[in-house]
Write a protein that binds this ligand. Structure first.
Ligand code: ATP
Ligand code: SF4
Ligand code: MG
Length: 324
């Protein structure tokens, strides 16, 4: 059994302007010790997916259909106190917007200590403060926090967004959850820190068998962190498969377009080929395949019928060019 099984998940937001169709019929699994990178342009539903899996959607969101099984439990059926028990050592999430992540009334040190204490408890070990502080310092150095001795004595409002983001990443490393969800955790960081954090997450996965759901808009980052890649577009899952297949044999026209917009260091190609058009407004998404207004291979059927997810070799693709 996979650690996370998401089936036919659809989520909407209610807004004063109407219903936003943020996720439509999304299905995927993450096995224990495996990582899935979710890629897509802004507004494709990546954060909605992460929040939906963590049961942290805002009050105006609604699960329309589907199921989310985590470690054999249907998390959509849990009460809010039951879901609180799963958060932390079960599912840990690093948010895209770091400002709200830490508790404003406690110092960083207290919050990290609490994370280690919870893990010790889960592992059945007695809490050892000096051991915990050594572990915290070591992880803060790993995530490249300068002067960690000073930083841990601060309150969240005394830190920059980038520092809070790295402290949250560190908190997840200290907690060793079963599923580590990270929503664009490195996009605001410089490339050296970004590379170090991707390496830390890969080590965490290898050493402790932790599963990772990593969200990024960057195919290059996705290919480093993901055993598999899922490509989302306008709330639809367009392609899902092992990283090698998605990167070297992309089947979906949208995946192909995303890949051709990555800069190739070895070639001087001048300007990057941007994908023509813009991500649609999900208040009124395109009918049929949501990519059809931008797709160079568009056929008559594309604007009329939503393509099913079909298996092509080891990859799932939602496109009328495949299947029947
Ligand atoms: P980004 O790369 O910009 O973070 P994303 O892929 O994470 O984008 P989401 O934030 O999941 O995309 O948004 C998906 C859709 O849902 C968008 O159309 C967005 O405007 C809408 N949306 C997100 N949050 C809310 C909300 N709280 N209320 C209403 N609509 C929302
Ligand atoms: Fe393009 Fe049609 Fe495939 Fe959509 S279903 S990606 S419009 S060919
Ligand atoms: Mg987002």
């Amino acid at each position: 059994m996979a650690l996370l099984e998401v089936k036919e998940l659809s989520v909407v937001y209610r807004t004063p302007f109407g219903i936003v169709n943020a996720l439509n019929d999304v299905t995927f699994n993450i096995d224990r010790g495996e990582s899935l990178a979710v890629v897509g342009e802004s507004g494709s539903g990546k954060s909605t997916l992460a929040l939906a899996v963590s049961r942290l959607l805002p009050p105006n969101a609604r699960y329309v259909s589907g199921s989310i099984m985590f470690d054999g439990i249907n998390i959509l059926r849990l009460s809010s106190s039951e879901i609180k028990r799963i958060r932390g050592t079960g599912i840990f999430m690093v948010f895209q917007e770091p400002a709200t992540s830490l508790n404003p009334v406690f110092k960083v040190k207290d919050q990290l200590m609490e994370a280690v204490r919870i893990r010790y408890e889960k592992e059945g070990n007695a809490f050892d403060e000096s051991k915990a502080i050594n572990e915290i310092m070591s992880v803060l150095r790993d995530v490249r926090i300068p002067d960690p001795e000073l930083i841990i004595e601060r309150y969240p409002h005394q830190l920059s967004g980038g520092q809070i983001q790295r402290i949250m990443i560190a908190m997840g490393l200290l907690m060793r959850p079963k599923l580590y969800i990270a929503d664009e955790p490195t996009s605001a960081l410089d490339v050296t820190v970004q590379a170090q954090i991707l390496k830390l997450l890969r080590d965490l996965k290898r050493e402790y068998g932790i599963s990772i759901l990593f969200i990024t808009h960057d195919m290059a980052v996705a290919s480093i962190i993901g055993d598999s890649i899922m490509v989302l577009y306008a709330g639809q899952l367009m392609e899902l498969g092992p990283t090698k297949s998605v990167i070297y044999e992309p089947r979906h026209p949208y995946t192909q377009a995303l890949l051709s917009s990555i800069p190739k260091i070895s070639k001087d190609e001048g300007k990057l080929p941007a994908i023509g058009g813009t991500v649609p407004n999900l208040l009124n998404p395109p009918t049929g395949c949501r990519f059809h207004p931008r797709c160079p291979y568009k056929m008559d059927i594309c604007s009329k019928v939503i393509p099913s997810l079909v298996k092509v070799d080891n990859t799932y693709v939602r496109c009328h060019l495949y299947g029947q």
